[in-house]
Ligand binder design. Structure first.
Ligand SMILES: Cc1ncc(COP(=O)(O)O)c(C=O)c1O
Length: 395
């Protein structure tokens, strides 16, 4: 058997290309705005995580350009050795301050942050209790960790408690790991219940707030703020810079001694080059904007509420969404791709999600909203969904 037989046997992508419904790797010829250019055509973007629209904010662009000029294009080394700039440290201090935690540590991507945190903090005799709906990076972090992983049903607190009660690994440490906002469904973890259960069972809690920071809570601090839970009570909060922070990278925030341990043991942190200066500066500027320009958060929620109400009123199924991520449930894979293609032909860029991103047969069109979407754009989106919803027998 040849190693590459699996590649030869993989024909699905080519088949989709030939049939004209291949939805991936679409080239965009413009910046990540509310409208984008694709194949020379202007399209409405409702498939981005640029929640606050900061990728085009003048202060972000200026900070990023200045850093590029001052420090050059890359750091060419690990944070551990030659790759720590003064602005990396400044950003970590700023994030710890914003998140109201003792310390924060930046990784080069959000994915690496989860990989490098979970695999470092969970040792041989420890157990991870993970929501079945967690993002792939938390899943892979658990796979890399040498401790064991037990999965509970999505956002099902009784199931979590059942696992903790029945677990025989009681002597080791326990980590409950969950997304704050689930990236496909747009629903929010029942964090108060998670915190109570954690307290009762002496478990630590890690929340992936990739889609929550800059989105949830009065000041955009994420899931804990959304529930009025003091930030310091959540043991580890993870965030990415690839969404509200308009850049690339990620961070873990928590107690100083825990973050320091991760800093000195995490292989994805130590053996990988640090965030480039322009990316760091963009995040610093974004934190300032989030703290000083609350109008972006207010507009994001006005847009989100308008779209949720609009979809629900027409009878489309938006599941348990309670955030700017609003999935439209379609079902079968081919119907999902068909709906995606029709949207695309109508000038709307959305994301089709099928298994393994969602359970088999539960295909969705994942839509997500930004502060920079205008009412006129959003009305066009609603009109198109209404028309196609009828055509596809969803309404
Ligand atoms: C919930 C969640 N966690 C982590 C990540 C990884 O972040 P990044 O894309 O910044 O690597 C993502 C990104 O898709 C995500 O949705």
């Amino acid at each position: 058997m040849d190693l590459f037989d699996k590649c030869t046997a993989f024909t699905r992508a080519n088949q989709a290309r030939a049939e004209g419904w291949y939805p991936y790797f679409k080239e965009i010829q413009s910046g990540a705005g509310a409208e984008v250019m694709v194949d020379g055509r202007k399209m409405i973007m409702i498939g981005s995580n640029n929640y606050l629209g900061l990728t085009q904010h003048p202060k972000v662009l200026e900070a990023s350009t200045e850093a590029l000029k001052k420090y050059g294009s890359g750091c060419t080394g690990s944070r551990f050795l030659n790759g720590t700039l003064d602005i990396h440290t400044k950003l970590e201090e700023k994030l710890a301050n914003f998140m109201k935690t003792e310390a924060a540590l930046c990784f080069s991507t959000g994915f690496q942050t989860n990989l490098g945190t979970v695999s470092t903090i969970v040792g041989k005799s420890d157990t991870i209790y993970a929501d079945r709906g967690n993002h792939a990076s938390l899943v892979d972090g658990s796979r890399l960790a040498i401790g064991k992983t037990l999965k509970y049903r999505h956002n099902d607190m009784q199931d979590l408690e059942r696992l903790l009660n029945s677990d025989n690994g009681k002597n080791g440490g326990k980590l409950i790991a969950t997304d704050g906002v689930f990236s496909m469904e747009g629903d929010v973890v029942d964090l108060p219940a998670v915190m109570n259960i954690a307290k009762k069972h002496n478990a630590r809690v890690m929340v992936d707030d990739a889609h929550s920071i800059g989105v949830l809570g009065k000041n955009g601090r994420g899931t804990a703020e959304h529930y009025n839970i003091p930030q310091s009570e959540v043991d580890l909060v993870m965030g990415t810079f690839s969404k509200s922070f308009a850049s690339l990278g990620g961070f873990i925030a928590g107690k100083e001694y825990v973050v320091d341990y991760i800093k000195h043991h995490s292989r994805p942190f130590i053996f990988s080059a640090s965030m480039p200066p322009s990316a760091v500066a963009a995040v610093i500027a974004s934190v300032d904007i989030i703290e000083n320009e609350p109008e972006h958060l207010a507009k994001l929620w006005a847009n989100t509420n308008k779209m949720k109400k609009g979809f629900d009123e027409m009878g489309l199924n938006t599941g348990a969404s309670a955030t700017p991520i609003i999935p439209i449930h379609i079902g079968d894979d081919m119907a999902t791709f068909g709906f995606w293609k029709a949207l695309f032909e109508h000038g709307i860029f959305a994301n089709p999600s099928i298994t393994p991103a969602v359970p088999p047969g539960h295909g969705i069109i994942r839509t997500s909203y930004m502060a920079t979407h205008t009412d006129e754009i959003l009305d066009r989106v609603l009109d198109t969904f209404y028309k196609l919803g009828k055509q596809f027998d969803l309404i």
